[in-house]
Write a protein that binds this ligand. Structure first.
Ligand SMILES: NC(=O)c1ccc[n+]([C@@H]2O[C@H](COP(=O)([O-])OP(=O)(O)OC[C@H]3O[C@@H](n4cnc5c(N)ncnc54)[C@H](OP(=O)(O)O)[C@@H]3O)[C@@H](O)[C@H]2O)c1
Length: 306
């Protein structure tokens, strides 16, 4: 079997490399001898990762602290890597969202779409073009096992992940004749900081799902790249995907996931789509802001009068 470097060249880009699955991809690529461009917003975490990987595996690294919801940042990633022999792109960064769809603000919804859909699509196009021109390359689009049916109460997040699978499955065939491998990687629930945040509201243990390890997910991704258009990670999640894809209607699949989410959500108020509820949260924030600014003004008046 060809090594990753002989197949894809010397450099890989990993977005969302500061933690979780992205951090594991970076570690495994470094172990395979690939130099790394590490991308996320948290510069300190990226620098720390870069330092560790360099000292452990003697690979070169380039840290780019970028917010991928910004189109200029996406262009910067392209421009700042023009001098490198990049052959692999791991599109992994994403923002999670939870709770009733109408409770989210329009900005929250569009931020997730920018990071989870627009960024991987645009980077896929930019680097896909480079890879086609050089006649070799690989792109992994990290999706999720929830991408195969509607998921009530994780609606926007699941929809963004569905986009990744369809894009990857289409590009697998489109780019393959040009020497470019594409994989849609759909992990099940994986122990990462993202799941830590979700678990503040959703108790996944209530629905009996098992958690995968990020190292395992990244290893499966690198192993499956070039072999198939998309891959669900984890036996339990493969079973769920098979159930909703082959044995159930799409409507029944969405119903099943809605049922499971109703059980798993610990904070049931997040399931309530009532606009009044969302507005009252919003009002509370404004009242808090107003009262803290009143306190700040009073403190300032006291200080200034001294
Ligand atoms: N964990 C799971 O159960 C699970 C299941 C299925 C699929 N996935 C997918 O796996 C991928 C990795 O998630 P994870 O679980 O490893 O979560 P994570 O540890 O929270 O990682 C998310 C990464 O994305 C980066 N990121 C977020 N917003 C960004 C932005 N605007 N610009 C640049 N980078 C940004 C984060 O870094 P900064 O905050 O420093 O920017 C972080 O490095 C995601 O695509 C997720 O949807 C996860």
């Amino acid at each position: 079997m060809k090594s990753l470097t002989s197949k894809y060249g010397g450099w890989a880009i990993v977005t969302g490399a500061s933690s979780g699955i992205g951090r594991s991809f970076a570690e495994q690529l470094a172990r395979a001898g690939m130099n790394l461009v590490l991308v996320a917003r948290s510069e300190d975490a990226l620098q720390q990762t870069a330092k560790e990987l360099h000292s452990r595996y003697s690979v070169q690294t380039r840290v780019l602290a970028l917010d991928l919801s910004d189109s200029i940042a996406r262009e910067t990633l392209d421009l700042e890597t023009l001098d490198l022999d990049v052959g692999l792109l791991i599109n992994n960064a994403a923002l999670e969202q939870r709770g009733a769809f109408v409770r989210h603000t329009p900005n929250e919804l569009s931020d997730a779409i920018e990071v989870n859909v627009t960024a991987p699509t645009e980077l896929g196009q930019r680097f896909g073009k480079r890879f086609v021109n050089q006649g070799r390359g690989g792109i992994i689009l990290v999706s999720g096992s929830i991408a195969y049916q509607g998921v009530p109460f994780l609606a926007n997040y699941a929809a963004t992940k569905a986009h990744q699978v369809i894009l990857a499955e289409s590009l697998y065939y489109e780019l393959r004749p040009h020497g470019v491998d594409v994989l849609g990687l759909s992990p099940g629930l994986t122990t990462t900081p993202m799941v830590g945040r979700l678990e503040q509201a959703i108790k996944f243990s209530r629905i009996g799902v098992m958690q995968l390890q990020p190292e395992y997910v990244a290893a499966v991704g690198l192993r499956q790249l070039g072999k198939r258009p998309s891959s669900v990670v984890g036996a339990q999640y493969k079973f769920f995907a098979m159930l909703t894809k082959r044995l159930m209607s799409r409507a029944r699949g969405a119903w099943l996931f809605g049922f499971l989410m109703r059980i798993a959500f610990a904070d049931k108020s997040l399931l309530n789509p009532s606009a009044e509820d969302a507005t009252s949260d919003f009002k509370e924030t404004i009242l808090l802001d107003r009262s803290s600014s009143r306190i700040a003004n009073r403190d300032c008046e006291l200080a200034c009068s001294k």
